[in-house]
Design a protein around this ligand. Structure first.
Ligand code: NAP
Length: 308
């Protein structure tokens, strides 16, 4: 059972906890396993260094209209770091309390990590890093030189696509249900593509014949969150991929992953991405390397999965 309390803006007004506090903000937020993951990490870090004994990670349910006030108050109360989840990742970029943005986060157009500085928050995006590490860990894949088929054109796809281009993928083919959203993403990505890096888009129900045959398929759509959802793409309708990675981790096995396994393709869900984006955020806040294995086990436990 998840025993982590959920706080609101009203709690923040009278917040007086001593020690270092970190928080995740979202709406809704009760489902988030970040408190379990970071609480376990901080306990592990405190075993090795007592300075972390008074660090805590809590969650706040903050509707989008309250985000500016929340960022103001959290800064005034000296929270050390913030994670942002749906729907705040893009919104936070426009906040005047976010006074600097890590150069590698800017092209992603979204930030998921804030670090306290005297003059305001410093913004980072660790999702792309999380994807890169997740592909390495679960599928032994490097983005450099890879052919990537990205499904989706929302915030997660955007951060992932930027990571693919910056990591030197050979080609990036993006499929999205709504053409206008796909075109907007392609327009944003075009200036980031290096000479010779192939970038194009297509409708998921009409894949082009010339897609590379050994591509890494990455699902960055929400299709699969419900087990009644249709496949975001039919893997039998594209040249045989090299592997399939689904950013969704709950449920642990989406229809896309189940289909990939039936086809004999290496396949993995997005839990590794979640763990690594969280670990990177903790490293930004603490200046120490994060206990990734501890975070993975805590995340699995919070999801009711067996230990690895
Ligand atoms: P978002 O900004 O709302 O974008 C949603 C995307 O999914 C859009 O491209 C949308 O297409 C597409 N979509 C939604 N429902 C669909 C359906 N039924 N069929 C086909 N396409 C559909 O969301 P997001 O923040 O990018 O998140 C996307 C997914 O990534 C979520 O499942 C989220 O949980 C996951 N995620 C995982 C991690 C991780 O650490 N593992 C991190 C971030 C996100 P349209 O443009 O046509 O609407």
């Amino acid at each position: 059972m998840d025993t982590h309390p959920t706080y609101t803006l009203a709690d923040l007004a009278s917040w007086s906890r001593p020690g270092i506090t970190l928080a995740v903000l979202g709406y809704p937020i009760r489902h988030s396993i970040s408190p379990a993951m970071h609480t376990a990490a901080l306990a592990r870090m405190a075993q090795e260094n007592p300075v972390f004994a008074d660090w805590r990670y809590v969650r706040f349910e903050v509707p989008p209209e309250d985000l500016p006030q929340a960022l103001e108050l959290l800064h005034a109360k000296h929270f050390r770091g913030i994670n942002l989840t749906v729907p705040h990742k893009v919104l936070a970029l426009t906040s005047d309390r976010v006074t600097s943005i890590d150069p590698s986060a800017r092209p992603a157009g979204a930030i998921n990590t804030l670090r306290w500085r005297t003059d305001g928050w410093e913004g980072f995006n660790t999702d792309g890093y999380g994807l890169r590490e997740g592909l390495r860990e679960d599928l032994s894949l490097e983005l450099s030189g890879a052919h990537v088929v990205m499904l989706g054109a929302g915030g997660a796809a955007r951060a992932a696509a930027v990571q693919c281009l910056q990591a030197g993928c050979a080609s990036l083919n993006i499929a999205n249900r709504t053409r206008a959203n796909l075109d907007a993403l392609l327009a944003l990505l075009r200036p980031l593509a290096a000479p010779g890096q192939m970038l194009s888009g297509f409708a998921p129900d009409a894949p082009p014949k010339n897609l590379p045959s050994d591509s890494v398929v990455v699902n960055a759509t929400s299709a699969g969150l419900k087990n009644t959802d249709a496949l975001p793409i039919d893997p039998t309708k594209i040249p045989r991929p090299r592997a399939v990675y689904d950013m969704i981790y709950n449920p642990a096995e989406t229809r896309l992953l189940a289909t990939a396994r039936v086809l004999g393709l290496p396949a993995a869900n997005g839990l590794s991405m979640l763990v690594h984006q969280g670990a990177r955020a903790l490293e930004h806040w603490s200046g120490r390397s994060a206990p990734v294995a501890t975070m993975r086990e805590a995340a699995r436990n919070a999801l009711g999965l067996a230990p690895t």
